[in-house]
Design a protein around this ligand. Sequence first.
Ligand code: HEC
Length: 160
Amino acid sequence: MTGKTTGKIVKLGLAALVALSAAAAAAQDMDRAVKARKSLMTLYAHYLGTLGGMAKGEIAYDSAKAASAAASLAAMSTADQSAMWPQGSDNATLGMDKTEALPVIWTTYPAITEKAKALAEATVNLSAVAGNDLAALQGAMGPVGASCGGCHKEFRQPKG
Ligand code: HEC
């Protein structure tokens, strides 16, 4: 083997390594984005659980706790999600075991952002009144639950 050929092979090998690590980094970014949005959803469910429990009378209404949970939910739903939904992070590409996000999110984009905006508005409205009294909390809960459900119906495919 001539020195020139060896040099070529080493160069090719390095290029393949660089390409490989770029692909690995992209996969890791994708995993992080999916993990971040699922975590955000888990937090939504956490605060909604407290608020829904109070609204249904399963948890005693507490003005300060209701106001705090609603403010937290509003903060979560107005948080920057722009890097949490990269193209290609759907369940047809990554598999059902990785994500429940449907490909339609990206073929109809930015339709999903309207759903996110609806939730943000509903939670900001809820946050403004949740600490007033139980009736005010109950009155403002409907649009919040409808926003969660409305987005899931179109854009999420639950497992099983
Ligand atoms: C803008 C659309 C949208 C809105 C609004 C929305 N969700 Fe989701 N939700 C999704 C999508 C898409 C998934 C699937 C994400 C994935 O698996 O990558 C999901 C997944 C979830 C999950 C499962 C998380 C996991 O670990 O797999 C829970 C729980 C959840 N959402 C709760 C809620 C609650 C509660 C609300 C309202 C307060 C809400 N979501 C509002 C789109 C939305």
